[in-house]
Design a protein around this ligand. Structure first.
Ligand code: FMN
Length: 209
């Protein structure tokens, strides 16, 4: 049985572009995987903490040497890691915030990037430990950051996600970008018309599969 982990990070709901697209992805995935299981992780209601000295200390302590307090410090991280391991496939709804990922997604990444759990260092350098997973990133932004344009260098979302997920071993990655969403806010574009090509791009992923 396949399992999909859905990670959303937009503070908006009805008006969110990334949530609309992740929902479209879920519906298509469910059709393709009628017996599949979906795990949903909404980062805007997960109340994740920043990693602090106690967290880093606990993470860097060998598993069987951790104190009860250290185990407790890592509890949330362990839960998030459990979700990552349980799923074969991930989909992320990602709004661009200030040219990067939303702070709640960064908090989640800090919680799941754990030595000995999602990456290790060996003689050959770093090794990602989340093997055999695939991820789709559905990115919404107010502006457009197409390759070759002046604005492309401002896009720290896709390059960052590529690097950090590659680092933890998730190298099977797909990126779908819905740029230019500011036209919705200014009333220059109609929502259905704006979303259509992106919805079709998602559907086509499943037709091709
Ligand atoms: C706090 C905040 C910061 C934003 N920063 C950027 C930005 O740096 N570049 C950009 O193109 N759009 C930016 N936007 C616009 C969003 O990327 C756009 O509204 C997009 O649709 C967000 O995804 P969502 O609809 O799923 O929330 C920002 C929006 C918010 C709320």
């Amino acid at each position: 049985m396949s399992t999909l982990l859905v990670v959303n990070s937009s503070p908006f709901h009805e008006t969110s572009v990334s949530r609309h697209l992740s929902e479209e992805f879920i519906q298509n995935w469910k059709q393709a995987n009628p017996n599949g299981r979906v795990i949903t992780r909404d980062l805007t209601t997960s109340d994740l903490k920043t990693v602090d000295a106690a967290w880093v200390g606990a993470s860097n302590t060998a598993k069987d040497a951790r104190t009860a307090e250290q185990k407790q410090v890592l509890e949330v991280s362990d839960t998030l890691l459990g979700e990552l391991r349980a799923a074969d496939e991930y989909v992320f709804g990602v709004p661009m915030h200030n040219f990067g990922v939303p702070s709640v997604l960064k908090l989640w990444i800090d919680q799941i990037a754990r030595v000995g759990e999602t990456f290790s260092y060996g003689e050959g350098g770093p090794k990602g430990l989340l093997q055999g997973k695939k991820a789709t990133f559905l990115i919404a932004s107010g502006g457009a950051y197409d390759a070759g344009t002046v604005m492309a260098s401002y896009n720290h979302v896709e390059p960052y996600l590529r690097s950090v997920f590659g680092f933890v071993g998730v190298t099977d990655q797909k990126f779908l970008s819905a740029g230019g969403a500011s036209a919705l806010m200014s009333g220059q574009a109609d929502r259905a018309t704006f979303l259509k090509p992106h919805v079709e791009a998602i559907r086509s992923q499943f037709v091709a599969a």
